[in-house]
Design a protein around this ligand. Structure first.
Ligand SMILES: [Zn+2]
Length: 269
């Protein structure tokens, strides 16, 4: 069974957990790691013969256009991950539209083709920002992959469907981030910090259950900065943010290697 593999292409200083420490005006002063790390990801996928969907930040595309061309040249799908990585529910619909148009235009001009999918920064399409679907549909997106059906301090729509569904009242399709049923709870084992935190045998067993017992595909996600233990450290006083960002970064790449051996993957489109 094919599962969905998605990569959110942004750098270590773009993440929402650091947005109050590193402003977008300061981004150009930070050491760029995203080109090097994404190229390593592309090489890993080539070794396994796997195609994925890369949701690229508009700012990254504008500053490193060759990277977008390289992802496309290697046969992967490119989706939109906003321009400035602002949380959707922190914006007005008008601001959201401006940001999304800017990112989509940059990507489409570089690629010479339409971008069909959107992923919100930090999965920030929640009950507070469901209006985003109207904007995405108006801009011609065919699908979104931003809903995490869990409780979390920054994101999540608890009780949302766990597998792809048509957004009510829209033609847009939603591909939610995956959770696995474990002891009566739904645990988000399918990427990010959770993938780095839990032991691999546990992740593998949980993902296998989605394929075997539920007979469904899962949606896996990660970021290029997650394979980079040598990235410059951002000084934050928030212990939880620090833990989530830096835990087990050196484990990601060898684990992804195992994951790509143990499961089959493809991009969303
Ligand atoms: Zn992101």
């Amino acid at each position: 069974m094919d599962n969905f593999l998605t990569i959110d292409v942004e750098d270590y200083f773009h993440v929402s957990a650091f947005e109050t420490i590193v402003t977008k005006e300061q981004w150009p002063a930070y050491e760029c790691r995203v080109v090097f790390n994404t190229t390593k990801v592309l090489d890993l996928l080539d070794r396994h013969g796997v195609k994925a969907t890369f949701f690229v930040l508009g700012w990254v595309a504008e500053h490193y256009p060759d990277l977008v061309a390289e992802i496309d040249r290697r046969g992967h799908e490119i989706g939109c991950h906003s321009y400035y990585h602002r949380l959707v529910y922190d914006m007005t619909p008008h601001q959201f539209k401006e940001d999304t148009v800017r990112a989509k235009d940059v990507l489409e001009q570089l690629l010479g083709k339409r971008v069909r999918g959107y992923r919100a920064p930090s999965y920030s399409i929640t009950q507070k920002s469901l209006w985003a679907y109207d904007v995405l549909e108006e801009l011609g997106f065919e699908y979104d992959s931003s809903v995490f059906p869990i409780h979390h301090d920054r994101y999540g729509i608890p009780g949302a469907p766990r597998f792809p569904y048509r957004v009510p009242g829209h033609t847009l399709k939603e591909y939610p981030l995956s959770t696995a049923p474990i002891y009566g709870n739904h645990i988000p084992v399918s990427g990010g910090g959770y993938f780095r935190l839990f032991p691999y045998w546990f992740i593998k067993g949980a993902l296998k259950r989605i394929n075997k017992e539920e007979g469904r595909s899962f949606m896996f996600y990660f970021h290029p900065w997650e394979i980079d233990p040598f990235q410059p450290k951002i000084r934050t006083k928030n212990i939880l943010s620090r833990f989530r960002h830096y835990v087990n970064l050196s484990r990601t790449l060898p684990r992804l290697d195992l994951l790509l051996q143990d499961f089959r993957f493809r991009g969303i489109s």
